[in-house]
Structures are given as structure tokens and as C-alpha cells.
Design a protein around this ligand. Structure first.
Ligand SMILES: Nc1nc2c(ncn2[C@@H]2O[C@H](COP(=O)(O)OP(=O)(O)OP(=O)(O)O)[C@@H](O)[C@H]2O)c(=O)[nH]1
Ligand SMILES: [Mg+2]
Length: 337
């Protein structure tokens, strides 16, 4: 039903119009400071109308583990069961895997009638963790799609960052790579909600990797009632375990919702993003002016609205250039393309 107070773009995005989604993504990925006010308004309007059960799933893991292929398999699974999916994918020109896997719908093997929206991010945004633009893109996609997938690559920071973007993190491991021990040392095995030993079709080497991983995980018992990340053998190539993976993701969602973990995580994600914006825009000075990172964190917690609203409040408190919000001037920033 049309709502008189809803900006036209927001209304079109919520209907899932591809062009509107693409336009909204262009706007929120714009890094020019003068566009911030309009972004704040757009993201606020979208978040307000986002069904809470819409879920962001992060897919992370070392290069070549098959994250994109697995994402494609999940997309097929979800669309086959009637759910639309949004995804931020790596640049199709990725040299390693020929990467066109997701940029190209034909290779993705998703029918034209299936509701999938894939946003390619620039290669620079996939390295070294999660860019603020990715956070904003995820807000747009999540407003529309029951499922949003975010792929990040790397061992280390990207796994840690993805936790503040996704509601559920899936770690994809390459069989026989010996990464597991390294992951444990880096504290990465504590992050994912679901672990996938991928390329299960490789047989014994995959089974061995799962056994190794399970024995490492057995060393760190989880407190009663806590979610215990399952270790699944999956092959995107044969389809083995894909439905099970989707089921475990859903199961975790139910658990996180029931225990309040989901809400807590989204709350923390908002703060992380606000501080990131403050630092990105004003550097160390931004944090210093509000009394350091911890103080900034607490101040941000006391604010309402989206991460951009929290950031704006912090900037104002710091006596730094205030960021106009709704009705405070600075017209809608538009892009010249
Ligand atoms: N045997 C086997 N190979 C697979 C499977 N899934 C993907 N691969 C292969 O693994 C390679 C990497 O796949 P991608 O999906 O591009 O992996 P990725 O983790 O997204 O790679 P980057 O984005 O470059 O880090 C490709 O050659 C795939 O064909 C699988 O289930 N079984
Ligand atoms: Mg990939």
C-alpha cells in the first residue's frame, strides 16, 4: 500500500524493482561527504521498513575454497524454495577464479524468473576486510530480500569484520589445505556459526579435514545452551549438503532470535559502523575529540536510528562539522551517472 510519507525511491526499492535497488546502491556507495545526508535519510527509511527476519549471511574463507560456487548453490536452493536473494559479489574480473561465476547469470545457472540481485563490488573492496560501502549495500539489499549473501575473502581481518555485517557467518574451508590450525591460532574458528568443509566430492581428503577440524573444536567446549557451530561436508558441485547448510543457517537464525543474540549483534554492528565512519572521515582526531574509542562507543550506544545517525551525533558532539539529517538542509545528493 502506498504510504504518503515514503520517498518514491524507497517505495520502488521495497517493491524490489531492480533499477531502484541499483540506484539506491549507487547512492549509498557514494563516498562524497555532501551525499551523506541523503544517504542517512535513505538508509533510515529502508531500515525502518526492513522485516526483522530478513537475514544477512556472510560467506568467508581462504581464496579458492569455493565460496562463490557455494553461494551460487545456496542461491539456487533458496530461489527454488521461493525466496528472493540479494548478494554482494566480488568483481567479475577477479583473476584467480576467472570470477565471472556470479557476475554472469548464465554461469550462475539461475533462471531469469528467479529473483536474484547481484551487486559486484570493486576488487579493492574485497580485500582487507569489509568496506563501509559494503555495510550500506547490505542494508539496501536486506530491505528487499529475505536472504542477502556477502562474500569476503582472506584469513584474518575479513572473518572478523564479516561478523559485524552478517547475521550468520559461514566459514568455507578447502580440504587438505592445512589452514585449520592456522585459523585456530588466529581465533577465527570462534567466529563462524556454521563451518563447511567444502568440495566434499574430493572424498577422503575432505573427510580427513573434517575429522581434524572436529578434533580441534572438541578442545574448546562451549558453555551449555551456547550455539555449537556444526561442521558440514558440502559440495557445491554435486549439491551434497547444500540443503543441510541452508537448514543450519535457518536453525541458527531461530536460535539467535530466541536468545537475543541477533538483536545484540545488530546493535553492535551499528556501533562498529558508526565508529568506522567517524574514523574514516576525521581520522584519529574524530575519536580523540569524543574522548577515545571507548567513549565514542558508549556515546554511539546512546543514540537512536541508523549507524549514520549515530555517526552524525558523534560528529556533532565532537564539534566537528555537523552532518545535516532529515529536513536540515543539504538537498539530496545525486550522482552524475
Ligand atoms: N571439487 C570441487 N571443486 C569446486 C567446488 N566448488 C568450487 N570448486 C572449484 O574451486 C575453485 C574456486 O571456486 P570459487 O567458487 O571461485 O572459489 P572462491 O572461494 O569464491 O574463490 P575466490 O573468490 O577467488 O577466493 C573453482 O575452480 C571451482 O570450480 C566443489 O564443490 N567441488
Ligand atoms: Mg569468490
Amino acid at each position: 500500500m502506498p504510504d504518503a510519507g515514503v520517498p518514491p525511491l524507497v517505495e520502488r526499492v521495497l517493491k524490489g524493482e531492480d533499477r531502484a535497488v541499483a540506484e539506491a546502491l549507487d547512492r549509498v556507495e557514494d563516498t562524497r561527504p555532501e551525499t551523506l545526508a541523503a544517504q542517512r535519510e535513505l538508509l533510515g527509511a529502508l531500515l525502518e521498513r526492513t522485516p526483522p527476519e530478513h537475514t544477512v549471511v556472510g560467506i568467508t574463507g581462504p581464496p579458492g575454497a569455493g565460496k562463490s560456487t557455494l553461494a551460487a548453490a545456496l542461491i539456487r536452493h533458496w530461489t527454488a524454495t521461493g525466496s528472493a536473494v540479494g548478494m554482494t559479489a566480488v568483481d567479475p574480473s577477479s583473476p584467480r577464479s576467472g570470477g565471472a561465476l556470479l557476475g554472469d547469470r548464465a554461469r550462475l545457472m539461475v533462471g531469469p524468473q528467479e529473483r536474484v540481485f547481484i551487486r559486484s563490488m570493486a576488487a579493492r573492496e574485497r580485500l582487507g576486510g569489509v568496506a563501509p560501502a559494503t555495510r550500506a549495500a547490505v542494508v539496501v539489499l536486506r530491505a528487499v530480500f529475505p536472504w542477502t549473501l556477502v562474500e569476503t575473502v582472506g584469513v584474518g581481518q575479513s572473518e572478523i569484520d564479516i561478523e559485524s555485517v552478517a547475521d550468520c557467518v559461514v566459514l568455507v574451508l578447502q580440504p587438505g589445505s592445512g589452514d585449520t590450525l592456522q585459523f585456530m591460532k588466529a581465533g577465527i574458528l570462534e567466529i563462524p556459526e556454521v563451518m563447511v568443509v567444502h568440495k566434499w566430492d574430493l572424498g577422503a581428503v575432505a573427510e580427513q579435514t573434517r575429522a581434524d577440524l572436529e578434533s580441534i573444536l572438541a578442545l574448546t567446549p562451549s558453555p551449555p545452551g551456547a550455539w555449537k557451530a556444526p561442521v558440514l561436508g558440502v559440495s557445491a558441485q554435486t549439491g551434497h549438503g547444500v540443503a543441510d547448510l541452508a537448514e543450519r543457517i535457518r536453525e541458527y537464525g531461530t536460535h539467535a532470535e530466541r536468545t537475543g543474540r541477533l538483536e545484540e549483534r545488530r546493535r553492535r554492528a551499528r556501533i562498529t559502523w558508526a565508529l568506522e565512519l567517524l574514523e574514516q572521515r576525521y581520522g584519529a582526531l574524530g575519536l580523540e575529540r569524543v574522548g577515545g574509542r571507548e567513549a565514542a562507543r558508549q556515546l554511539a550506544e546512546g543514540t537512536e536510528g541508523t549507524a549514520l545517525d549515530a555517526f552524525s551525533a558523534l560528529a556533532t558532539l565532537a564539534g566537528l562539522e555537523p552532518v545535516p539529517g532529515k529536513g536540515e538542509g543539504s538537498g539530496r545528493g545525486s550522482r552524475s551517472r
